[in-house]
Write a new protein. Structure first.
Length: 509
């Protein structure tokens, strides 16, 4: 599928289908006059031309008949006769212009693509107003929405039940000189999001610690700015990574500690991005049993590492200069066998801290502990870790919002800004030190879990014990948003690739 932009006006374009995005007129609801629908939408001159000259007033007819007011998320579609230059049209509401943000363009573009799929459209044009008069931001958001919605993961289907015919999407009335680079940037970024989605959606018999290591090596092989270092179990033993190796112990698949470095130019900023890479979380001896424990979804427990690798892939394309980024993944499985860590076992992490494992299902923080100690030694300006760490975070914030904890306000704000531009939601949560009392251990330095109350916060406080030197650290609990069971907005069902776009903005911004 090809995305292009042109200065073509809607009334001179011809092809299978046209998607038109329109703001609502907030004054419309007070307007009782007969022609209120048309006035409410304030059809632009070029849409009026299209309606009258090309579509035999189909637009006006659709708007009046359906009482379409351009409300956010509303859409109405129709067919035009066989002899017209355009066969099908859809109108998509952008809502109140005062509440506009680029994510609305992503979602409107996604709605256009989903409709085009259903309608077996091959050539689609988009007549969308510019967000904030900014052609680049608009084109990037539209292209991202198109590419995200167009991606359906069919790798594990024996038959394609949902074929896609769309060959070309053209963004109309847009200066290609500004739009083309923005579309290219969208393509490069979404390539990373799709990698993350596919890593998360693939089952744990396909994506193992070995696969994650191979993925990192493949990214490094494509770009001279990357180097990949894989620490094997023996290397991790030499570094005394007892917490990580404690989790990995009961798996037949070897653990891989992945360190992918991007360095381009004279680095003005050095970042470390750590992703939880538990390719399957059975819970260990504290086995995930019963409904609600979601053991069948625990292939997604490497969502943090998928986000890190997805961002790395995008960065390989985007090639930002004067920056150094370390992507770190302590990849393993949390399984059960005779050498599994037992509840009550004491592990020693690579910073010498001793941990009483009172729950083997709080394994993510054990793997991250040694990854954080490793990152802390790299002399970076800031560390961010991403992890499907707790069900408690999902209880607190729901499935669409990730939790953010940070010891540094400026770093938290930088992440918040990157996330906002990406249209990804994070909510800052407190590092409530008194709750650390829950992790007091009789025998070791501390335990790995506290009570159910504040479970996402004690998870963050546990991680904080492994950051000593670096003054800017943030923890992102993405357990909710990495996966969706049913399509929504620009996400199709399955892995969402959540946080890749935020990370890309954070690195390039
Ligand atoms: N991987 C899970 C967290 C999770 C839960 C991710 C649901 C996605 C959906 C994590 O390893 C875990 O099991 N956490 C425990 C922590 C508890 C034992 C303190 C949890 O949330 O129940
Ligand atoms: Mn677990
Ligand atoms: Zn887990």
């Amino acid at each position: 599928m090809n995305i292009l932009s042109s200065v073509t006006a809607p009334h001179t374009w011809h092809g299978d289908a046209l998607a038109i995005a329109i703001f609502a007129n907030p004054k419309a609801s007070n307007d009782q006059s007969e022609d209120s629908a048309k006035k409410a939408l304030g059809l632009s001159e070029s849409l009026k031309n299209l309606d009258i000259q090309v579509l035999g007033c189909t637009l006006t007819d659709l708007i009046t008949e359906s009482e379409f007011t351009g409300e956010l998320g509303a859409s109405v579609s129709g067919r035009v006769g066989l002899d017209y230059a355009i066969r099908k049209v859809i109108l998509i509401g952008l809502g109140d212009p005062a509440k506009a943000n680029p994510d609305i363009w992503r979602k409107a573009a996604a709605a256009s693509v989903k409709w085009a799929r259903k309608e077996k459209v091959k050539t689609l044009a988009l007549a969308f107003p510019a967000y904030n008069q900014d052609v680049s931001v608009t084109a990037q958001a539209i292209a991202e929405g198109v590419l995200l919605a167009a991606h359906h993961d069919k790798r594990f289907k024996s038959k394609d039940a949902n074929p896609f015919f769309l060959e070309q999407v053209e963004i109309l009335e847009t200066d290609p000189e500004l739009a083309s680079p923005a579309i290219a940037k969208a393509q490069q970024t979404i390539d990373g999001v799709i990698l993350a989605r596919e890593l998360v959606s693939a089952p744990a018999n396909i994506v193992t610690p070995i696969t994650l290591a191979e993925t990192a090596i493949a990214i490094a092989a494509e770009s001279s700015y990357f180097t990949a270092k894989i620490l094997e179990q023996a290397d991790c033993e030499a570094l005394n990574m007892g917490a990580f190796l404690g989790v990995a112990r009961a798996s037949d698949i070897p653990p891989k500690f992945i360190h992918l470095t991007y360095s381009n130019g004279d680095p003005q900023r050095k970042l470390a991005i750590i992703g939880k890479g538990v390719t399957f979380d059975s819970g260990g001896l504290n086995l995930k049993t019963g409904v609600g424990s979601s053991i069948e979804l625990m292939k997604t427990d490497m969502g943090g590492s998928a986000a890190a690798l997805g961002a790395a892939k995008a960065i390989a394309h985007l090639q930002p200069t004067d920056i150094e980024v370390h992507f770190i993944i302590a990849a393993c499985e949390n399984m059960v066998n005779g050498s599994a860590m037992r509840p009550g076992d004491i592990l020693t992490a690579s910073n010498g801290k001793t941990i009483e494992v009172n729950n083997t299902d709080a394994e993510g923080r054990l793997t991250l502990a040694d990854a954080l100690v490793y990152a802390d030694k790299l002399d970076v300006d800031a560390i961010v870790d991403l992890a499907t760490l707790t069900g408690a975070c999902v209880v607190a914030l729901g499935e669409d919002i990730a939790g953010m904890w940070s010891i540094d306000d400026a770093w938290a704000e930088a992440i918040a800004k990157a996330a906002k531009n990406a249209g990804e939601k994070f909510w800052r949560m407190p590092l409530e030190e008194p709750y650390f009392d829950q992790l007091k251990s009789v025998v070791a330095d501390f335990k790995n879990t506290g009570s159910r109350a504040g479970g996402a916060i004690t998870g963050a406080l546990f991680l904080k014990q492994f950051v000593q030197k670096t003054t800017a650290w943030a923890h992102l609990d993405i357990a909710g948003p990495v996966w969706i069971e049913r399509e929504s907005g620009y996400n199709n069902a399955g892995g969402t690739g959540f946080a890749v776009r935020t990370l890309v903005n954070l690195i390039t911004g």
